[in-house]
Design a protein around this ligand. Structure first.
Ligand code: NDP
Length: 460
């Protein structure tokens, strides 16, 4: 071990890199982590955390509107973007400090610099202009937003900049139909921006259960988001009073801000990976095995740079499994199936397991239990918003294959349901669970009758 400066050198102090570094250190390894921006990574600094704070902010207006039905009169409510940004920044600074203290408390050395691989055991620190050596190198550099290279694309922002806009745009156009796009469309719309979402496909949230996709679309419509599908950007131009987006159908949208949310690219370019012979895909995804090892024996990669399931908790799992495998001599592979996830759209989505479409492909005949209802709160608020819950069951084994829901607190609920689904719970076991009343979630244990099978519907 004395042959190297470090047992482990981690590049990137985001969710995956921090967890891997701390756990490796807890197993006795001498660890350094290099970070060129801020400790905490995308999730903490410019992703999940500030996004969720924005989502809370964007729901307040609806809460105020709903208050009337409960007898409240709220007068003079005003929103101040600068206050939100300042408070959000304060919270991010606090979390950044905690991450730094946790690393230091675990005896992990933090190196604030860009690190480039020179060979399989040597790392060059760019600003400090020095080399260090390590027995094992971990790449945990995350991903960065894609840009649609149409004329005028440089006038657009991505989610990175959306967290630091000087003012709330009066009008905004968001490109993309994935997680970030629907979440930010909900945020801007909820805060009062005139919001348009432009998606190239037929329906937003490709890959999710179709009922979730159409339900979210309908609810976003009701809330006033202008969703344009089947179109792409042709160009973005500067105008006297903002920007103009020209779409492939010839229509022009006048706006103040254009935001691209069209996927993310792994941050693997310019890292010197080729100097060590690390293999990656043309799009930059680093190829790894089940234990996060690259084709080079002592170089590993975790998180979004490996493009497996690009979610913070997954990166954390991969980081922990790597440290356990390499530094505790206990090989652990992360199971990437059955990952519960939430989309913090408005309303919110929670989902675990496979979609109806996938279930029919894999199992042929499946039973679908579905409930669409008005949440109790809205009986008094009068808001026209529906909640959807859906359970997909393999009739042969009675096993629950997927649970999909959209409505308030879906993210919170799906975390608990995810335990049952990944344990292989059956529909009978769901039904045997006593309902919690009055809640929306009780629908999950009270749906008794499956939807008619498609062939029965077709025959009618
Ligand atoms: P997604 O992969 O979720 O969605 C990308 C969207 O952009 C898709 O609708 C895609 O269309 C569209 N798109 C891709 N390329 C183009 C193009 N050239 N022109 C027009 N549209 C295009 O990516 P996001 O950027 O929304 O988010 C990145 C990842 O971050 C997510 O996949 C998720 O893993 C993670 N994330 C998770 C969150 C959470 O857990 N709540 C929140 C935010 C992000 P198509 O469907 O047709 O391919």
């Amino acid at each position: 071990m004395a042959d190297y400066d470090y047992d482990l050198f981690t590049i990137g102090a985001g969710s995956g890199g921090v967890r891997a570094s701390r756990m490796a250190a807890s197993h006795g390894a001498k660890v350094a982590v290099a970070e060129e921006y801020r400790v905490g990574g995308t999730c903490v600094i410019r992703g999940c955390v500030p996004k969720k704070l924005f989502v809370y902010a964007s729901h307040v207006l609806e809460d105020i509107e709903d208050a009337e039905g409960f007898g409240w009169t709220v007068e003079g409510a005003k929103f101040d973007w600068k206050t939100l940004i300042a408070n959000k920044d304060k919270e991010i600074d606090r979390l950044n400090g905690i991450y730094i203290r946790n690393l230091e408390g675990s005896d992990v050395e933090i190196i604030e610099d860009r690190a480039i691989i020179k060979d399989k055991h040597t790392i060059h620190l760019v600003n400090q202009d020095r080399d260090v050596t390590a027995k094992v190198i971990l790449i945990a550099t995350g991903a960065t937003p894609n840009i649609h290279e149409v004329p005028g694309h440089e006038l657009a922002i991505t989610s990175n900049e959306a967290f630091h806009l000087d003012e709330l745009p009066k009008r905004v156009v968001v490109a993309g139909g994935g997680y970030i796009s629907v979440e930010f469309a909900g945020i801007f719309n909820g805060l009062g921006s005139d919001t348009t979402l432009v998606y190239r496909g037929e329906e937003i949230l490709r890959g999710f259960d179709d009922d979730l996709r159409t339900h979210l679309h309908a609810e976003m419509d009701k809330k006033g988001v202008d969703i344009r599908t089947g179109v792409v950007f042709e160009r973005v131009d500067k105008t006297d009073d903002g920007l103009a987006v020209t779409l492939s159908d010839g229509s022009v949208i006048k706006t103040d801000v254009v935001m691209f949310a069209i996927g993310r690219n792994p941050n693997s370019k310019g890292l010197g990976l080729e100097n060590a012979g690390v293999e990656f895909e043309p799009n930059g995804t680093i190829k790894v095995d089940a234990y996060s090892k690259t084709n080079v024996d002592n170089i590993y990669a975790v998180g979004d740079v490996t493009n497996r399931a690009n979610l913070t908790p997954v990166a954390i799992r991969e980081g922990a499994a790597f440290a356990e495998t390499v530094f505790n001599k206990n090989p652990v592979a992360v199971d990437h199936s059955c990952i519960p996830t939430a989309v913090f759209s408005t309303p919110e989505i929670g989902t675990v397991g496979i979609s109806e479409e996938m279930a029919r492909q894999q199992f042929g005949r499946v039973d679908i239990y579905k409930s669409t209802f008005r949440a109790m709160k809205h009986t008094l608020s009068g808001r026209d918003e529906k909640t959807l819950m859906k359970i997909i069951v393999d009739p042969a084994s009675d096993r629950v294959l997927g649970v999909h829901m959209i409505g308030p607190a879906s993210g919170e609920i799906i975390q608990a349901v995810g335990i049952a689904v990944q344990m292989g719970a059956t529909k009978a076991q769901f039904d045997a669970t006593v309902a919690v009343h009055p809640t929306a979630a009780e629908e999950l244990v009270t749906m008794k009758t499956p939807e008619p099978q498609p062939e029965a519907v077709a025959a009618q």
